[in-house]
Design a protein around this ligand. Structure first.
Ligand code: GLU
Length: 299
């Protein structure tokens, strides 16, 4: 059985919300598998904050990773959330329907000189491109060494004209310099200085990947007017990059609540690939939504 988390329910975060309009929160699952207890936790924390304050709660389907997304999983998200008693405001935003806005942002980053084409095609880079559409839960391995960073405009153009396949990477040094010193706020960690160098020159788009998770999530939170991003602690590091993207693209900066992860009895993060306890598995085993809430410490 999963370990209950130590954190108190959403009302704890509620007390810390700054004065002003009630928050707009969101839950942004990817339809690449059935939702498990970790998703239930994230969705409930976010939904409760909105409902307890008269704020808004949006649902976003993060389906840019076409290779792994399935309509069955998307339907299951709607059913599982409804079973948990979670409702959402306004229409659901599906990322696959907004590809033009990501392309526009990539053009702007390119105009600023904050991204560069990377022509590397070794196995490591190919794997990196493949997973660029997904949120980086956990370590992403060593940073890209910057092989293509300083090729120069002429050489870049020559290779592009020659039809060489390439991906687009953020130049974190350049992006950090352009943006200047930045901070962001996490409800637990408080004021955090954005350290974009810690993220490395990650992929922003590539073959078969119209946009990376990082770019899509940052733009969508802005477009949906999200003021409180509630998501797992494992994405804390990614927020440094999201903050810099906000500065470069003129987007609003929400407050963040990186909540603890639900783990299995061995302390490992629940993940779809581990065949973690899915909500539908629990439902089939005749567990109730109340049972689920109890299991994750949110009764
Ligand atoms: N689609 C991402 C996931 O399922 C969402 C991460 C986020 O909330 O920023 O992990």
């Amino acid at each position: 059985m999963p370990r209950p988390v130590e954190e108190k329910p959403a009302s704890e975060g509620l007390a810390q919300h700054p004065p002003g309009p009630p928050p707009t929160t969101r839950f942004a699952p990817s339809p690449t598998g059935y939702m498990h207890l970790g998703h239930a936790y994230s969705a409930l924390v976010s939904w409760r904050v909105a409902r307890e304050t008269g704020g808004r709660f949006y649902l976003r389907i993060e389906d840019i990773e076409r290779r792994r997304c399935r309509p069955t999983f998307e339907q299951a998200i709607y059913q599982d959330l409804a079973w948990l008693g979670i409702d959402w405001d306004g229409p659901v935003r599906r990322q696959s329907e907004h590809l033009a806005s990501y392309t526009e942002a990539l053009e702007e980053l390119s105009r600023l000189g904050a991204i560069y084409p990377c022509f590397c095609i070794d196995a490591e880079v190919r794997a990196e491109i493949k997973r660029a559409g997904a949120a980086p839960h956990g370590s992403e391995g060593p940073h890209y060494p910057g092989t293509c960073r300083d090729l120069g405009r002429q050489e870049q153009n020559r290779r592009i004209r020659a039809g060489k396949a390439h991906a687009l990477r953020i130049d974190v040094r350049k992006a950090g310099t352009l943006a200047g010193p930045l901070t962001w706020t996490d409800r637990k960690a408080g004021r955090v200085e954005a350290d974009v160098l810690a993220v490395g020159d990650v992929i922003m788009a590539g073959r078969d990947v119209a946009t990376s998770y990082h770019l899509a999530v940052t733009l969508d939170d802005h477009h949906q007017g999200v003021t409180l991003v509630t998501r797992g602690w494992d994405l804390f590091g990614a927020t440094h990059l999201h903050r810099v993207l906000q500065a470069l693209l003129g987007l609003r900066t929400p407050i963040y609540h990186h909540h603890p992860m639900i783990t299995d009895p061995n302390g490992l993060r629940l993940a779809k690939r581990n065949r973690a306890v899915t909500l539908r598995g629990l439902r089939n085993a005749r567990k109730s939504p109340e049972d689920v809430r109890r299991m994750i410490g949110l009764e």
